[in-house]
Design a protein around this ligand. Structure first.
Ligand SMILES: *Cc1c(COP(=O)(O)O)cnc(C)c1O
Length: 356
């Protein structure tokens, strides 16, 4: 993967690897410069406090905590909800299970009961009910279910409020908490034209990222009850995530929440154009049903080509994508990608296919 990051190619131009590559806006830079700050470990940073209140409100929760990354936010949720040796249920393709370095086991000491299968349909109240075992002296206690919305490895697909609610009701019948990895929850909210709180009312806790499509340089939010956040705040300190004059970063987060949410619609439109343009090529396989937000996954099988043969060719056109080996590529639209970039990308891929 990293050989396509060499300096010449990185000179630019169309970076579709992830929405994490978005740069802070001028307004964010200005807000960062002017941010009123204090020591946040003492809870004396007024800008962090302002961000946390705003974020809690957007999530419809009592309290929120500013954390350095989404990974830390999810890990804190598991630490705060679970004891060591307990079982958590999640999708095998979920970010927590797939991309978070095994932190839930290495640090939180929980055992994942990862539900495999088509990542679009892996987690429903039915599949979870099947995975839940009755009380038995041999089994670990199941204390947490982790959902993901939008679902990254399922193409940025949306988990509906109805499915979330059914899972929540099942969980509560069994005395289990529900945590939502909502790294891109605002993409789901904008795509469904719903308030974000409508997607988080049926979970006990939620993490979302400021640093992805919302374009802030650093940080994520964990939200939940006051009691939960109090615990998570202490555990954030334990993990080394207690930050001092973090208002510099929180200031950008406030702009992200106030100014950068509605424009996500533009990313979704661009992803749609991109998905349809690639599907038109024929030899490129795109499941357009999964193009619901800002991601396009496509498959190279019909070209008899694999991911690592394709990406360098794309990079020759100064276009970067993210590998999903063996034969898939992920492209993500974001604030740094214009409609023209999307048309250029379609043209470049047509060219690659034509010249094979
Ligand atoms: C990016 C992401 C995270 C983790 O966020 P980082 O800030 O990169 O640690 C968690 N979950 C999902 C679904 C993500 O896409």
């Amino acid at each position: 993967m990293f050989d396509i990051l060499n300096k010449d190619l990185y000179r630019k131009k169309i970076d579709l690897r992830s929405d994490t590559v978005t740069l802070p806006t001028d307004e964010m830079r200005e807000a960062m410069r002017n941010a009123e700050v204090g020591d946040d470990v003492y809870q004396e940073d007024p800008t962090v406090i302002r961000l946390e209140r705003l974020a809690a409100e957007k999530m419809g929760k009592e309290a929120a905590l500013f954390v350095p990354s989404g990974t830390m936010g999810n890990l804190l949720a598991v630490l705060a909800h679970c004891q060591r040796g307990e079982e958590i249920i999640l999708g095998a393709e979920s970010h927590i299970n797939y991309y978070e370095v095994g932190g839930i086991s290495a640090v939180a000491g929980v055992i994942p009961n990862a539900i495999p299968g088509d990542s679009k349909k892996a987690l429903t109240s039915q599949t979870i009910e099947k995975a839940l075992r009755e009380e038995n002296i041999h089994y670990p206690e199941t204390t947490l279910i982790c959902l993901e919305n939008t679902h990254n490895r399922a193409g940025g697909t949306i988990c509906s409020p109805q499915v979330t609610k059914e899972i929540y009701q099942l969980a509560h019948r069994r005395n289990i908490h529900v945590h939502l990895d909502g790294a891109r929850i605002f993409d789901a909210a904008v795509a469904l034209n719903l308030e974000s709180a409508m997607l988080t009312k049926d979970v006990d806790s939620v993490m979302f990222c400021l640093s992805k499509g919302l374009s802030a340089p650093v940080g994520s939010i964990l939200a939940g009850s006051k009691r939960f956040i109090k615990k998570a705040r202490k555990q954030r300190k334990m993990l080394g995530g207690g930050m001092r004059q973090a208002g510099i970063l929180a200031a950008a987060g406030i702009i992200a929440l106030e100014k950068m949410v509605e424009r996500l619609e533009e990313d979704h439109k661009n992803a749609r154009i991109l998905g349809e343009g690639l599907a038109d090529i024929g030899e490129i396989e795109v499941d357009l049903d999964t193009v619901q937000t800002n991601m396009v996954y496509f498959d190279l099988q019909k070209l008899s080509m694999n991911t690592y043969q394709f990406l360098p060719k794309l990079a020759e056109h100064n276009i970067l994508g993210s590998p999903r080996p063996p034969t898939q590529v992920r492209l993500v639209t974001h604030y740094g990608i214009s409609k023209e970039d999307v048309y250029d990308t379609i043209k470049a891929i047509k060219n690659i296919v034509k010249n094979l």
